[in-house]
Design a protein around this ligand. Structure first.
Ligand code: HEC
Ligand code: HEC
Ligand code: HEC
Ligand code: HEC
Ligand code: HEC
Length: 197
């Protein structure tokens, strides 16, 4: 009968095969979800900071220029974060009007009195094998919002783009605007060694 058509070894092998496939599907599913989850987290990444520093209040309501605090973006690779003593240029005087701002500024003053640096949590962090330079992008006329979103509406800075290679290349492959000055009438580099030196 059909039952006896296969030898016992064959039977065992078939069962082993199905078990292997089952495990593969399970692990595939778990790893797949993990990989996709990772990607989602990277774009929405919005870590809590040691001081509740609100760009919405500082850059939005009080209209302090991005470059006032991140001036290095114009001249160097890194935009830079102001030091405590740079904050104190204003906060020597400004202690806050509302209960909320008083409370938040008090944490800054504590750091100042104890001579402690503020350990800000990085929102954007490219792998070390990638070369990126702010000044070249700012000089090319790109606004901060193109890469960081509308930061002046954010209470807590959030990563709005993945910063993956595909994202950089999507922009680099675009044709320059019609009215681009002569030295920018080529596309941005897409050869590997531009970003991997
Ligand atoms: C008063 C100073 C100040 C001003 C003005 C300011 N920032 Fe910031 N910025 C900071 C500080 C402090 C941090 C670190 C804390 C944080 O991430 O919220 C920061 C963080 C950031 C980050 C995240 C850095 C990271 O970890 O990857 C971005 C992006 C940024 N600022 C963009 C902007 C833009 C765009 C503007 C203008 C709309 C602006 N900032 C205005 C002080 C300032
Ligand atoms: C150019 C002046 C200036 C600089 C520089 C500056 N601040 Fe402020 N900051 C202000 C003003 C103005 C307010 C509003 C105060 C109020 O609401 O009464 C404020 C408010 C705040 C608040 C409370 C905001 C809220 O959510 O209510 C915090 C926290 C704060 N600053 C932290 C910082 C830190 C940290 C730095 C340095 C990285 C910094 N500030 C640099 C001018 C400045
Ligand atoms: C072409 C895209 C692009 C533009 C335009 C851009 N940034 Fe960035 N920014 C990045 C990337 C990518 C990183 C992560 C760099 C790293 O991890 O080495 C970053 C990191 C930062 C950081 C945190 C770390 C650092 O570099 O010091 C700050 C603050 C920041 N940007 C502010 C700004 C401000 C302010 C502007 C506008 C003047 C601006 N950025 C314009 C892409 C951009
Ligand atoms: C929104 C558009 C845009 C995005 C996004 C962007 N770039 Fe660029 N990039 C440019 C333009 C425009 C230039 C040309 C600037 C010039 O000609 O001086 C450029 C030039 C460069 C250069 C050559 C100049 C230099 O600094 O050596 C490098 C390297 C570079 N980009 C790296 C990156 C990396 C890495 C990323 C992603 C993390 C990125 N860029 C994302 C627009 C962009
Ligand atoms: C415009 C900038 C840019 C150019 C040009 C570029 N890369 Fe990348 N590359 C990146 C960034 C950004 C990452 C992501 C780093 C991260 O995930 O933190 C990356 C990551 C990688 C990785 C790691 C795997 C991954 O996908 O995360 C490899 C491998 C790589 N690049 C190879 C290349 C090769 C080969 C070329 C040329 C065909 C190239 N890259 C051109 C910016 C660039």
């Amino acid at each position: 009968m059909a039952r006896n058509m296969f030898t016992r070894t064959f039977d065992r092998r078939v069962r082993l095969l199905f078990k292997t496939l089952g495990f593969a599907a399970l692990f595939g599913g778990v790893f797949g979800t993990y990989a996709l989850w990772g990607a989602n987290q990277e774009t929405g990444y919005e870590p809590e900071q040691p001081i509740m520093f609100s760009h919405k209040v500082m850059a939005g309501t009080h209209e302090i220029e991005c470059l006032y605090c991140h001036g290095n973006a114009e001249i160097g690779a890194h935009a830079g974060i102001p030091t405590v003593s740079e904050c104190m240029k204003c906060h020597d005087e400004v202690k806050g009007r509302t209960a909320q701002s008083k409370e938040r500024i008090a944490v800054l003053l504590e750091h100042w009195e104890e001579k402690k640096e503020i350990r800000w949590v990085k929102v954007h962090d490219l792998a070390d094998f990638v070369y990126f330079n702010h000044s070249r992008h700012v000089a090319a006329g790109l606004d901060c919002t193109e890469c960081h979103g509308d930061v002046k509406t954010m209470d807590r800075v959030k990563r709005v783009h993945s910063l993956k290679m595909g994202w950089c290349l999507d922009c680099h492959k675009q044709d320059p605007p019609e009215d681009a000055p002569p030295h920018q009438d080529t596309r941005a580099p897409i050869h590997c060694s531009a970003c991997h030196r």
